[in-house]
Design a protein around this ligand. Structure first.
Ligand code: THU
Length: 132
């Protein structure tokens, strides 16, 4: 399942719009309906408007009617494995439980997996019992 997610991300890596950083990233998320949604980083000439691949994938999922994210796969052209940035970690936790896997591909092609909760302990939430 995680290998498939990373493969689905890798398949859309050429679609990344990264002319400024030349650092292509792609992500795939599995929703609670068993569907996979993909995203790539979308940069802008006004650099701060850049959208990360993970948040683009999650946005596509939510727009398609997903309510929860069960797993995340992420890959990059020039970094193996890659790990989501801080902002993306918070957005992942908005939709994914703390034990949801987040995987990427190492340089030798093997998978490296952690969890959404391990990536962002103490994520902000309006629920007081969701920290930790
Ligand atoms: N980037 C992502 O898409 N996801 C990450 O987790 C880290 C960074 C993008 C943003 C920017 O387009 C490029 O990688 C370099 O920071």
């Amino acid at each position: 399942m995680l290998a498939d997610l990373v493969a689905r991300a890798r398949a859309v890596l050429p679609n990344a719009h990264a002319p400024y950083s030349d650092f292509r990233v792609a992500a795939a998320v599995l929703d609670e309906q068993g569907r996979v949604h993909v995203g790539v980083n979308v940069e802008n000439a006004s650099y701060g408007l850049t959208n990360c691949a993970e948040r683009v994938a999650i946005g596509a999922a939510i727009a398609a009617g997903a309510r929860r994210i069960l797993a995340v796969g992420v890959t990059a052209a020039k970094l193996h494995p890659i790990t989501p940035c801080g902002a993306c970690r918070q957005v992942i936790r908005e939709f994914a439980d703390a034990d949801a896997p987040v995987a990427s591909d190492a340089a030798d092609g093997t998978l490296v997996a952690t969890t959404a909760g391990a990536l962002l302990p103490g994520a902000f939430s309006f629920e007081t019992d969701a920290t930790g």
